[in-house]
Design a protein around this ligand. Structure first.
Ligand SMILES: [Zn+2]
Length: 313
């Protein structure tokens, strides 16, 4: 299936429900509509989302952004828990907003008017310092340095920089990540908000030092309904998440077991749960004879049926 078929078929109600210049689609809905397109959006979001938005334009929906949220398990991380192998991919990043800059106009394409011959020279902008033309595009003109910026003919977007910090971190200096918000996403978060931001993880295009600075180009923001601090999350949920993680990870193990370390990382990455809470859940699961932990740091399941963790009403 191609984007046209997806927008006219399974996603048509999202298209007709568009507002504020955007269509918000949960990733699992896109996956059930077309798994290949859903995976393309994850692995190569710049191509995938551009193709989707070009298709919307062809269908008569101009300047509509496709906002994907609710990424699959394993694609949502706490701030800084992802590596350079994810550059260029779509990630969900959970953290607390610790800094919010003002909204600024950003020229995606800047139109420079030649002060000698009035030719418009349109220049795509990578960000940071404004890139000016090397010479006037009018071949009969020799101007290389006299320009005025014509904002009417430039493509100007609203732009806002925010900073996310890892929550549930015992580190003195928790990891942070810069996030760029565009257009309708601007002014939707405040300092102290706990959010999951879906965006493209990338390096800044104007590196000036050996260590590349990374950022996330946001395409959707969901504010957490779950409390940021795990002591407010029901114990049964942490137990269920932990049991499910052991079960899932054990299928990769040679003797249907896995390392305690992997379980801790998996549950903390996916749900933002502090490691101490997960360790406590493992002990409780062991007390209930659902799992068994070995001294060598491995854990395996010791029940043949999947236990129910939800409290009975
Ligand atoms: Zn000129």
């Amino acid at each position: 299936m191609e984007w046209t078929a997806v927008f006219e078929g399974p996603l048509s109600k999202y298209v007709s429900g568009r507002s504020n210049g955007r269509i918000r689609v949960p990733w699992p809905v896109l996956e059930s509509a077309d798994q290949n397109l859903a995976n393309l959006v994850l692995e190569d979001p710049l191509s995938g989302l551009t193709a989707a938005e070009d298709t919307l334009e062809e269908l008569g929906y101009r300047d509509i952004a496709l906002r994907v949220f609710d990424l699959p398990d394993g694609r949502t991380y706490r701030v800084g828990k992802y590596g350079s192998d994810h550059l260029g991919e779509l990630l969900g990043i959970h953290g607390e907003v610790v800094s919010v800059d003002g909204v600024k106009p950003f020229a995606e394409v800047a139109a420079f008017e030649c002060r000698h011959c009035a030719t418009l020279n349109r220049m795509s902008q990578p960000g940071g310092k404004l890139v000016k033309p090397f010479e006037c595009q009018n071949h009969e003109c020799e101007n290389t340095n006299a320009w005025s910026l014509n904002t009417d003919d430039s493509d100007i977007a609203d732009f806002q920089r925010v900073v996310l910090k890892r929550t549930d971190s015992s580190m003195d200096d928790p990891p942070i990540e810069t996030v760029y918000l565009w257009d309708d996403l601007c002014e939707t978060v405040s300092t102290g908000d706990s959010v999951t931001i879906v965006g493209v993880y990338d390096t800044l295009p104007w590196p000036d030092e050996a260590v590349l600075k990374t950022y996330v180009d946001a395409i959707s923001i969901n504010k957490s309904e779950q409390p940021a601090t795990v002591d407010e999350v029901a114990d049964w949920k942490v137990k269920k998440w932990t049991f499910d993680a052991v079960d899932r990870l054990s299928t990769e193990g040679s003797s249907y077991d896995t390392t305690t370390r992997k379980v801790l990382d998996s549950v903390s990455d996916e749900y933002g749960v502090a490691e101490g809470e997960i360790q406590a859940a493992l002990s409780a699961l062991e007390d209930d004879s659902h799992v068994s932990e070995h001294r060598n740091g491995r854990v395996h399941i010791t029940t043949s049926s999947t236990p129910t963790f939800e409290p009975t009403p």
